[in-house]
Design a protein around this ligand. Structure first.
Ligand SMILES: Cc1cc2nc3c(=O)[nH]c(=O)nc-3n(C[C@H](O)[C@H](O)[C@H](O)COP(=O)(O)OP(=O)(O)OC[C@H]3O[C@@H](n4cnc5c(N)ncnc54)[C@H](O)[C@@H]3O)c2cc1C
Length: 430
């Protein structure tokens, strides 16, 4: 009977090492390194590369990968426990070689790429010598890929790409972009698009602007116009019309990995809230002594722990089935839960910190905005709710008459048929 909520001591000592390393080495980096995705930045490399070497020495590099690709093959449960620590810092996932979107892009290159694509793009990506970009969303809509217009035409031995993409994160740092484009306009909606690996120095990739997430912040989400971008015929990733299948492989892992890292942000907001309410006094007592504050602590803890357990169970299911499709329902559920828990816990932490909480000196306002992004990126919450409900309902049957199967008069009648002789007896007669 295996139903275990404990981490084994050997792995716990790895987690303790990671926790200390992230606290002492990675979290301070976030203030000085600039953008950790900027692999051309000398200061970034001087600071990050030695830390990456220490992670490699410890055999914790690229924990999302199996041994065939140079990772330890820990599986998703261990990865969840690691990622909830790494999620506290922007730089930590890069230091540990498991950052988005490179982890997802690496996964599809490993699964669908040709040997040449693997040698040229995957190998340096896994070593973090380069970073990559996933270029799918278009200005007229991201939630519904059926509205995408970017076109890829095979002319002679070259694919020629034309169209616009936006929110292509990290395009300005990337050595290659994975672009989704309509290559089979006559096919059914989910067979119209293909995926392409486009080297970033290909002429015709014109970044119109880089959109930022907060006023004054560096823009890293590129609005790109692809104008007669020519790539060799063999730069297609997967088969013609196979983009949706390839994207699903990428998104299955990507979604739960976001949830894992977000768990780190939720825990951080929760810990800060607890410290604050124990430290702040108002009207003669600590915030922690006020019942309406206690309610906020209790609600936050329950929501956070529910989320964490659902997350770990989903990770466990992925390890068990080794097939994202079989765990689609559970991944949808955890993706739905993530933005709401982050939003609610971060909002309470923000509120209980008063003016300081709203300021840029604390992370809460960013976390609240991030919760909206996390609720729309990789498929909006509304769509995941549809997926989840449909999958759940597959396990049910409609009632065979006007009344519900468990209508009480029906159940009572059944009970009397089964236990009728007892039903008519008094206690004394029994
Ligand atoms: C910080 C950030 C980074 C990103 N990085 C990338 C990236 O690297 N590559 C990339 O390709 N894209 C990226 N995106 C884009 C992201 O994938 C899209 O924002 C997302 O798919 C939603 O598309 P949209 O913005 O066009 O919103 P829309 O598709 O216009 O949807 C808007 C809203 O409508 C509602 N909605 C949508 N569909 C339904 C439905 N079926 N039922 C009910 N309500 C619905 C939801 O509330 C949704 O939030 C990023 C976005 C952000 C904010």
């Amino acid at each position: 009977m295996a139903w275990d909520f404990e981490t084994d001591p050997a792995f716990q000592s790895e987690l303790d090492w990671i926790d200390k390393f992230v606290r002492e080495e990675c979290e301070p980096l976030d203030y000085v390194v600039g953008n950790p995705y900027d692999v051309a930045n000398d200061k970034r490399n001087a600071l990050i590369k030695p830390l990456q070497a220490r992670v490699r020495d410890r055999k914790l590099w690229a924990c999302h990968l199996g041994p065939d690709l140079g990772g330890p093959g820990y599986g998703q449960v261990k990865l969840a426990l690691i990622n909830e620590i790494l999620g506290r810092s922007i730089s930590a996932p890069i230091v540990f070689g498991c950052q988005a979107p490179d982890s997802g892009n690496g996964e599809i290159l490993a699964r669908y790429g040709t040997q040449e694509q693997k040698d040229r793009f995957l190998k340096p990506l896994l070593e973090n010598e380069i970073v990559s970009c996933f270029s799918m969303t278009e200005p007229q809509g991201g939630s519904d890929p059926k509205v995408f217009k970017t076109r890829a035409e095979l002319i002679g031995k070259e694919w020629v790409i034309n169209g616009e993409k936006w929110f292509s994160s990290n395009a300005k740092f990337a050595s290659f972009l994975i672009v989704m484009a309509v290559s089979e306009p006559e096919a059914t909606p989910y067979r119209r698009m293909s995926m392409f690996v486009v080297p970033a120095d290909t002429p015709g990739i014109n970044i119109i602007r880089n959109v930022g997430m907060r006023e004054g912040s560096e823009g890293t989400h590129a609005y790109i116009r692809y104008e007669d971008v020519r790539i060799p015929e063999d730069h297609i990733l997967g088969g013609r019309g196979q983009a949706f299948e390839v994207a699903q492989t990428r998104l299955g892992g990507g979604r739960i990995h976001h949830c894992m890292r977000t768990m780190g942000q939720i825990r951080m907001a929760f810990d800060m809230m607890c410290e604050r309410v124990l430290s702040r006094e108002t009207q003669g007592e600590r915030l922690a002594d006020k019942q309406m504050v206690q309610e906020k602590i209790a609600d936050s803890w329950v929501e956070m722990e529910q989320f964490r357990l659902l997350l770990l169970r989903t990770a466990w299911l992925i390890d068990k089935h080794n097939d994202y499709q079989k765990v689609r329902k559970d991944i949808a559920a955890i993706k739905i839960a993530m933005p709401k828990v982050l939003h609610d816990v971060a909002s309470r932490a923000l509120l209980l910190h008063g003016a300081l909480g709203v300021s840029t000196e604390m992370p809460f306002a960013r976390q609240v905005i991030d919760s909206y992004y996390l609720g729309m990126g990789d498929g909006p919450t509304e769509v995941h709710k549809l997926t989840l409900a449909k999958q759940i309902l597959r396990g049910y049957q409609p009632s065979d008459d006007l009344f519900p199967t468990r209508h009480m008069p029906k159940e009572r009648e059944h009970a009397f048929q089964k236990y009728g002789e007892f039903a008519s007896l008094t206690d004394d007669e029994i």
